[in-house]
Design a protein around this ligand. Structure first.
Ligand code: TRP
Length: 490
């Protein structure tokens, strides 16, 4: 068994991204408690099970919301005896207590059920109760050299209702690669595990674009199309326009009574945004209040989880607190008191100019709907290593936007490795690195372009219309209960 620092070293030696989170004090050893402490659900936990077979011990990595089909596993392994290891055997083979097994450094054959790969990030054991390791399944695969198998099924029933997720975008511009790695990719995966509602937040977009309704209007179907092009599936998820659900506005008004003036002003997310946008004294009241309307977006659909980046977490806390307060004051249980954020691996993409964040207002984006020529032209202007003047100067790969993009989007890992090695030696010019990047980006965008062609704007409009109608039924149901609880059901 490896110590936590040995695990860290092992992971770093594979140069993968990972995060070690400290488990809060008082959290028990069960998987469920562990995941709950981080606001995660079972599909984001990845257990390492040790089996004894007639050919010796093997490990299987499987999601915590799935169970192993032993017969199938035996078939796949081509063996005839298979059983779970007893606690003593576990200790002997790997030095672990049950439930604490870490796949890092295990010296037996390792398999991974393919459902693990559906997640953007999973939590795996570290051998103890102090740390929680967050890693992408692909990186986990790399580190463990596991073989992918298809031997599990998702547990349904036994009280495991599919949680409902609410996610959304403000329609203020075409989505770009930063949105893709930061949220859209994750969203598309989540639709397989959850009931997913996707909200086009036009009313929220107006809170700081009230004088530019044309812009908001023009981008409503644009962001919907961007999401569809990335794989959001209208058969699986519900896409809706915020302004077409008047129940959200009604609920916002009632929610405003349940939050203090000071609480809204204190909200760290809004505070930061007010500064970023340089509103100064002229910040619209509607903008300051948008967390309350966002709480209504979430609660009107009685959502259970909201995928967000860490900076948005206070928003979701506020939504939960308002829902809980409503339940308490009006003596009902309409809203989920356990409403929580769903964190993926925090993935932020630098801009083409090397700025910490890709963002439309900074003009440093590569958009999901850029054509091949535009991508080429944008890549040509990208920042690289500023201290490198000639192709023969040794260059820096770390923190270099061009290589950051290569790592994210170039599926030809050998090519990337080769470029990096030559770059640090001063044996490759920026031109070649950029040409290869433009090709890789276009290859990455090609399937997105192909799917976009399947969703012309009139079809997008139909999809959003049907989704909005479906979502509105849920919102109406909620409002009927809400009005009864507040005694305004005349
Ligand atoms: N605030 C989100 C953004 O800026 C958009 C949004 C509006 C949202 N309502 C939501 C996200 C409800 C999740 C849940 O992108």
């Amino acid at each position: 068994m490896l110590t936590i620092s040995e695990i860290e070293i092992a992971l770093k030696s594979h140069s993968v991204e990972f995060k070690l989170h400290r488990v809060p004090a008082g959290v028990g050893k069960s998987v469920q408690e562990h995941l709950e402490a981080f606001g995660l659900d079972a599909s984001q936990g990845c257990a390492t099970l040790i089996f004894i077979t007639n050919q010796g011990p093997v490990a299987l990595l499987r999601r915590d919301d799935t169970k192993v089909d032993n017969k199938l596993f035996k078939q796949v392994l081509g063996i005839n005896k298979l059983r779970m290891a007893e606690p003593e055997e576990l200790m002997q083979i790997a030095g672990f207590e049950p439930g604490m097994v870490s796949p890092i450094g295990l010296e037996i054959p390792i398999y991974m059920d393919k459902r693990v790969l559906e997640q953007v990030a999973v939590r795996v054991g570290t051998g103890g109760n102090e740390y929680s390791l967050e890693i992408s399944p692909n990186d986990l695969l790399k580190v463990t050299a596991a073989q992918v198998v298809d031997v599990c099924e998702v547990k349904v029933g036994d009280g495991l209702k599919r949680s409902r997720i609410l996610t959304g975008d403000r329609p203020t511009g075409a989505l770009h690669l930063g949105h893709y790695v930061g949220s859209v990719e994750n969203r598309v995966k989540l639709q397989n595990e959850y009931e997913l509602f996707y909200l086009i937040a036009d009313i929220q977009a107006l809170t700081d674009n009230f004088d530019n309704p044309e812009k908001v209007r023009a981008n409503v179907l644009q962001v919907a199309q961007d999401n569809l092009a990335c794989g959001l599936d209208p058969e699986k998820s519900t896409m809706l326009i915020q302004s077409m659900i008047p129940e959200i506005a009604e609920l916002t008004i009632l929610f405003m009574n349940l939050v203090t003036h000071a609480e809204v002003l204190r909200n760290p997310t809004v505070k930061a945004e007010i500064q970023d946008k340089r509103f100064g004294e002229s910040v619209p009241f509607g903008f300051v209040a948008y967390p309350v309307s966002q709480a209504a977006d979430i609660n009107v659909f009685r959502a259970n989880l909201v995928p967000v980046g860490i900076d948005q977490a206070p928003m979701i806390e506020l939504a939960r607190e308002i829902g809980q307060k409503f339940n308490r004051i009006y003596n009902c249980s309409i809203f989920d008191p356990k409403l929580n954020s769903l964190f993926g691996v925090e993935r932020n993409l630098v801009g083409t100019d090397g700025d910490a964040k890709m963002s439309k207002s900074k003009g440093n984006t590569i958009n999901l709907n850029d054509d091949a020529e535009t991508v080429k032209a944008k890549v040509k202007t990208m920042y690289t290593d500023p201290s490198r003047i000639r192709a023969t100067d040794p260059g820096k790969v770390e923190g270099n936007p061009v290589f950051i993009y290569h790592d994210f989007f170039n599926s030809n890992k050998e090519e990337v490795e080769d470029l990096k090695q030559r770059y640090v030696k001063g044996a490759v010019g920026d031109v070649e690195v950029k040409e290869k990047l433009a090709n890789a980006l276009n290859e990455f965008l090609e399937p997105i372009r192909a799917r976009r062609a399947d969703f012309p704007l009139d079809r997008v409009a139909e999809i959003v219309d049907a989704g909005t109608r479906r979502a509105r039924e849920v919102a109406k149901e909620t409002m009927a209960m809400v009005k009864e609880a507040v005694k305004i059901n005349y």
